[in-house]
Design a protein around this ligand. Structure first.
Ligand code: C5P
Length: 232
């Protein structure tokens, strides 16, 4: 058994930009559960490989980095998540489009995924975990009692990202973002090792025309029906 029996895991998988991160954080907070941002681990590996001049095709070295890289996820007193790589705050760098593209390249190798598997399962600690990613329900936590698959059209996901980047003052093109979203989907869904797909028994939620509040309410109602207490 890869996790203590009394640790409940809720998996939230789906393509990039479907709202997994936002929803998972809110749900984890409501339940008083831990949170695993598995995409951040792949992103950190992408960054780490660059810093150590390891090519994204050097599978053996990437797997070694994946196993040993020094990363830390912290929540500040004001509730903000911070991510440290080798002691340095890389919270912003981790979220760039470039790092996302790097992550999806290193994520295609089974050796890398295997090296990150154990690290991800260690996040399952009492009282419970909300795990966000691509293969949380299919591979990492196949026994999770609740599995959710969040999705949205590529246009809608690109448009959300566009608004976020414009608000940050970045100069981006919407058609280019739609293209990036499509090519990342293609790579994530067609790779041989743990491709992105809904887990058996996963509940599908299409967030294309839903607000964050509406998706949160849908997920929390579902969890209440499943017997979780979401009052904290
Ligand atoms: O979720 P996020 O956009 O941060 O993930 C970045 C990339 O990491 C994804 O496009 C995907 O290729 C990879 N990933 C993965 N398995 C996960 C989480 C992320 O392959 N569980």
């Amino acid at each position: 058994m890869h996790k203590p029996k009394d640790v409940a895991v809720i998996t939230i998988d789906g393509p990039s930009g479907a709202g997994k991160g936002t929803i998972s954080r809110i749900v984890a907070k409501k339940l008083g559960f831990h949170y695993l941002d598995s995409g951040a681990l792949y992103r950190l590996l992408g960054l780490c490989s660059q810093r150590h001049h390891v090519s994204v095709t050097n599978v053996k070295s990437l797997a070694a980095l994946a196993e040993h890289m020094d990363v830390e996820f912290k929540t500040t007193k004001s509730g903000e998540f911070t991510i440290l790589l080798e002691g340095e705050d890389v919270t912003r760098e981790v979220r760039t489009e470039e790092t996302g593209a790097l992550a999806s390249q290193v994520a295609q190798y089974p050796e890398v995924r295997e090296a990150l598997l154990k690290r991800q399962r260690l996040f399952a600690r009492a009282p419970g975990l909300v795990a966000d990613g691509r293969d949380m329900g299919t591979v990492i936590f196949p026994d999770a009692p609740v599995k959710i698959y969040l999705t949205a059209s590529a246009e809608e996901r690109a448009s959300r990202r566009y608004k976020e980047l414009i608000a940050k003052g970045e100069n981006v093109s919407l058609p280019a973002l739609v293209e990036q979203v499509r090519s990342r989907d293609e790579r994530d869904m067609t790779r041989e090792s743990s491709p992105l797909r809904p887990a058996a028994g996963a509940i599908n939620i299409d967030t294309s025309s839903l607000s964050i509040q509406e998706v949160t309410d849908t997920v929390l109602n579902l969890l209440t029906v499943k017997g979780f207490s979401t009052h904290s």
